[in-house]
Design a protein around this ligand. Sequence first.
Ligand SMILES: NC(=O)c1ccc[n+]([C@@H]2O[C@H](COP(=O)([O-])OP(=O)(O)OC[C@H]3O[C@@H](n4cnc5c(N)ncnc54)[C@H](O)[C@@H]3O)[C@@H](O)[C@H]2O)c1
Length: 244
Amino acid sequence: MDKGKPKALVTGGASGMGLATVERLAHDGFAVVLVDRDEVLAQRESNRLQALGLDVQARVVDLTDEAAVRGTVRELPPIAALVNNAGVFDERPFMEVSNDDFRRVYEINLVAAATLTQEVARRMPDGGRIVNIASRAYLGARHHPHYVASKAALVGYTRASAMELAPRGILVNAIAPGLIETPLIRALSADRLAAQLALQPTGTMGRPEDIAHAVSFLVSPRTGFITGQVLFVDGGKSLGGSGA
Ligand SMILES: NC(=O)c1ccc[n+]([C@@H]2O[C@H](COP(=O)([O-])OP(=O)(O)OC[C@H]3O[C@@H](n4cnc5c(N)ncnc54)[C@H](O)[C@@H]3O)[C@@H](O)[C@H]2O)c1
């Protein structure tokens, strides 16, 4: 890890939009710490990116393990850009979602992001950047109330952190992706995927790189005076109609 470069930490960096973000930020000049619980994927992808000459280091951590999360951050140099991207998604009929389902999804989608934000912010340089990957679904969606609620909570936490950290020039924003082609959406049945796409004004899914570029914009030192906001990267789905 190049000591002269600003450091970025991306959670869930071994797959999907997290992986695209790791690669994007490494190209932007960050030394990137890729954090994921999937050891095989994390090693494979960090080796691949290192072979391309990118400054990427993998750390295998289960983000629901608070002691491991805090311990990992303490071992690292100060982080200039934190991307809370790791998340889990599943679909379940409204009446069948259990309290355990809520707790499991909240642990990673909200509590892990809050733990990391707190621990990273202790030593984050003034002017640092935090981006939380929420979801367009936080506006409301069927068949995953626990996921929707966890992402709405993450948006609330984004706004609270933005207020807390603004005096240090640390900007905290959220991105609300629409349907993005990653392994996560395998949880959707073919019928549900088709129904989702039918509501999509563009009629298409987004690419992981669409999210990575939005993160790149929000963490750039050229981007200033934007904090506590939600940037929708969703092909217009949040506009509320199919565009028909
Ligand atoms: N794909 C979509 O359509 C979509 C839409 C809106 C929001 N999102 C959000 O985007 C984020 C990234 O999703 P993706 O689609 O790239 O998914 P993905 O499944 O491809 O990647 C998620 C990564 O997070 C890691 N992860 C999950 N739980 C973890 C834990 N406890 N500790 C450490 N790592 C953990 C996984 O190992 C995986 O590598 C998630 O927060 C998701 O909710 C995705």
